[in-house]
Design a protein around this ligand. Sequence first.
Ligand code: ADP
Ligand code: MG
Length: 448
Amino acid sequence: LWQDCLLQLQDQIPSSDFSTWLRPLQADTDMPNCIVLYASNMFVKSWVENHYLNRISKIARELSRNPELVIKLQEGSKPANRSQGVETKAAEAVSQSVAPVQENPLPFRSNLNPHHLFENFVEGKSNQLARAVGQKVANRPGDKSANPLFLYGGTGLGKTHLLHAVGNGMLADNPNARVVYIHAERFVQEYVKALKAERIENFKKFYRSLDALLIDDIQFFAGKEGTQEEFFNTFNSLFEGEKQIILTSDRYPREIEKIDDRLRSRFSWGLSIPIEPPELETRVAILMKKAEEKRIHLPEEVAFFIGQKLRTNVRELEGALNRVHANADFTGKSITIDFVRETLKDMLALQDKLVTVENIQKVVAEYYRIKVSDLKSKNRSRSITRPRQLAMALAKELTNRSLPEIGRGFGDRDHTTVLHACRTIAALREEDNNIQEDWSNLIRTLSA
Ligand code: ADP
Ligand code: MG
């Protein structure tokens, strides 16, 4: 029961909170109708009780009849025998016995997270197009021009957030719309469960009766042939009925492996839109927004410092902010650059180690099938100068090296050469799709 609850909580609660508070809880799994959770300390226990107990019991009620929910303190290891006097009393104190609910074979749940909205999705160059198309789809679901809508991009860049935002947008316009969000992994599980329980007709009926189906991380369908077959038919049925389908993936449709060709080709029938890693200004804006939401006093220069250091992924930014906040709360100190540097020491060190000028040169050389030595050489042929400029611009973007330092790393070139490279690449990315695509691919590779 707890595992099923977790799956739903994961959809409903911001991922950083989920992994901070809920994922680490230990649970007794051998009782079908009862959830006993163990928190590692008093603080975690009361936090979970205050913030999540109601939500958990609500979900438990949907999943099971008359479930019982108890949160206990973990003492060393999990107590094996639960029927000791003191324990039971403690359990009674927090136990919530919940009223039985009416049996309902297929309760309709949208699974939409009401906190993921367009309003709190910060716009920047990296996600502008995806956001705009998302809004259009929310207003005109089913329109052929963007059906299916396929959003792709690296992890932690806002795909799931945007997917929920589109779903919530549809509901805002039409509260009765049957919109369902589901993670691909969960879809697979439900399919298998339906097969086992011989309820596959129910399953089919349910998904084919929707107005919009939003499936997250579709790459999880890889190798799942049965699910793919079922989804193929669902897709066709929805598509023919001009119902909206939205999919996300960590890569471009063409690049998803172990997916049936017929399905893969359908993925690109509508619109495929990338979400790129956010630029510095967007990273800072996101941090400020999240701080405001969580009522954290975050000075702008500190946001700027964090944004400059952590460059690749919004989830990581948010995690960093949470950590800084928790530590500030705990120590009573105010949030300054020095405080952040100390608090995030390990994260910052890791970042510096991963993306070095040498590493960038290696990756760029491999990407263009040239040699690292070419990048440092005086060779002026076009097939070398372009990759060289890209590598310099990437070094400026992804490391903390100064222009002269970067120049030295490229065969002792002058800092003005590096500056020129950065400007050239910035301009080319605007006008040349191939360069922009190379840039994104390289950033993805380097920040993986
Ligand atoms: P993905 O699904 O691409 O891995 P998520 O949608 O889960 O990424 O985003 C990770 C976290 O970052 C979420 O908490 C989300 O709210 C936040 N986030 C990502 N992009 C933005 C944005 N542009 N504005 C505000 N929050 C964002
Ligand atoms: Mg996601």
